[in-house]
Write a protein that binds this ligand. Structure first.
Ligand code: ZN
Length: 237
């Protein structure tokens, strides 16, 4: 049986028998593994290649690559080392969710495509990273509550994503919050992946937002993200 899906290639792993195991984030099936013969000229693919995948599903439940049609290679991400590391981190964060209900991860595809596109087009990496982390967490069921304690908000609680004053924040793990960061957070979480990126803030506020969204993601996920550490060594924070 053959099937067609749209998707982006996130990981390429060699296997025995001159095959490769490709992890693809697809529009209908979420994250899937596709087996492909190595060195086949007709199917040129690389990490972050997006396009149409024609797959053959075996009786045993494996998916074999029949044909790939490239639609967007995201070449500009590979021209800058900081973009390469950040895009790899986005892939690692996405792949984290391959442990759960894989079909659910389909929701991450438009978000990832927007993030990679805007990164390549020169949008602030701190803005793109923050939106990607926050929307990914929200779409995968870890949504900050954004509820307040009734006083002026100075801190963001990592456990439930609430806004707390310094006095209420004393007994829980928090990161610092400014009014601009609070407004940006609210915008991102209340809008679709298509509109979540449409805001601006001074760079130092975007850096704060990026620290907050990262701390929230890492607090809730047991994520090893070496690409994130590599990105921090080359970004101009
Ligand atoms: Zn309070």
């Amino acid at each position: 049986m053959t099937c067609k899906v749209k998707g982006i290639l996130l990981k390429i792993k060699p296997t025995i028998h001159e095959e490769r195991a490709l992890t693809v984030l697809t529009d209908r099936l979420g994250l899937i593994t596709v087996f492909a013969k190595a060195n086949r000229k007709k199917n040129q693919y690389d990490q972050f290649y997006y396009g149409e995948w024609v797959l053959y599903e075996t009786g045993g439940g494996n998916r074999l690559l029949n044909h790939f049609t490239l639609e967007e290679p995201f070449h500009e991400l590979k021209e800058r080392v900081d973009h390469t590391f950040l895009a790899s981190y986005f892939a690692q964060l996405t792949l984290y969710f391959s442990k759960g209900d894989k079909q659910e991860t389909s929701a991450l595809l438009p978000l990832l495509l927007n993030s990679l596109y805007l990164l390549g087009k020169g949008r602030s990496p701190y803005l793109v990273k923050s939106v990607f982390e926050l929307k990914t967490m929200q779409l995968m069921g870890y949504c900050p509550t954004l509820t307040g304690c009734g006083h002026t908000a100075d801190a963001f609680a990592l456990e439930d994503g609430s806004f707390l004053c310094n006095s209420c924040a004393q007994t829980v793990r928090t990161v610092p919050l400014t009014a601009t960061v609070a407004a940006a957070l609210t915008h991102v979480l209340n809008n679709s992946p298509a509109k979540a990126f449409s805001f601006t803030a001074p760079n130092e506020e975007l850096v704060r937002l990026s620290r907050l969204s990262e701390a929230f993601a890492l607090y809730h996920l047991e994520l090893k993200a070496p690409a994130l550490e590599m990105w921090k060594t080359v970004c101009d924070d």
